[in-house]
Design a protein around this ligand. Structure first.
Ligand SMILES: C[S@@+](CC[C@H](N)C(=O)[O-])C[C@H]1O[C@@H](n2cnc3c(N)ncnc32)[C@H](O)[C@@H]1O
Length: 229
């Protein structure tokens, strides 16, 4: 197993947040963008709970990687192929790679270039890379703020603050362990804002197109990029 940026608690709370419907809409956008291309093999980087792999494996030879061992466990239980490893350890090559649901925002600016160079290495010639990142509006107006959900035996509180290009999300989960007793788990995730020019500057791939996405609000909260090797 490899070290993660506190991504396992996120894996545990994700089902409580209720983003599934919005994510399904995002998956459909990706599937529509992939469909005109002659693709056999796809790598889903940051595959998370494996829900997008469930779609992909109907049409492609698809597999995923994720830095969170818990996410990989959740994904593999759904019957998709997912492993807990870094992109840099991937030896196979793929016709397409996707990084869906702001995976690139988990990388600091100084990690972005190496990641994008690795994407290029893992792609076959002519291969596609599709990814999305949170816009400034997405960070400042959609993601920042507080929420809590109470299921009786589970109580979740999330506080996100966006400051100087970094979104800090603190998650606290209380779970009933019987009687009046609760187990408390607490962790923090950092996400980094990357503007469009940074992403296109740091990749050796050619930019084919960008697409504005309005997933959680009426304004553009995610920016999607399609690159080709
Ligand atoms: C917001 S979730 C999106 C998950 C998934 N793509 C989906 O559509 O539900 C971001 C995921 O990226 C993973 N992740 C973050 N940085 C990563 C990296 N450098 N390599 C692989 N996975 C990463 C996290 O563990 C998390 O599961």
């Amino acid at each position: 197993m490899i070290e993660t940026q506190n991504l396992d608690l996120y894996a545990k709370i994700e089902p409580l947040i209720g983003f599934d419907e919005a994510y399904e809409a995002l998956y459909q956008i990706y599937l529509d963008l992939l469909s005109p291309y002659d693709i056999k093999t796809i790598l889903d980087v940051g595959c998370g709970n494996g829900n997008f792999l469930l779609h992909l494996q109907k049409q492609y030879e698809a597999e995923g990687i994720d830095l969170s061992p818990r996410m990989v466990e959740i994904a593999t239980k759904k019957g998709v192929k997912a492993t807990n490893r870094q992109l840099s350890s991937v030896k196979e090559n793929f016709d397409a790679i996707v990084a869906i649901g702001d995976v690139l925002n988990y990388l600091r600016h100084d990690e972005l270039k190496d990641f994008l160079v690795e994407i290029e290495r893992v792609l076959n010639g002519g291969g596609l890379f599709i990814c999305d990142v949170n816009t400034l509006h997405g960070f400042e107006e959609v993601t920042a703020g507080s929420m809590s959900v109470d299921f009786g035996d589970q109580f979740l509180s999330i506080d996100s603050e966006y400051l100087d290009g970094i979104l800090t999300t603190e998650m606290t989960l209380f779970e009933s362990i019987g009687g009046e007793c609760y187990k408390k788990e607490q962790d923090m995730i950092l996400q980094f804002y990357h503007d469009n020019t940074l992403i296109t500057k740091e990749t050796p791939l050619a930019l084919l197109a960008t697409k504005d996405i309005t997933l959680f609000s009426d304004d553009v909260d995610k920016q999607l990029f399609i690159f080709q090797k």
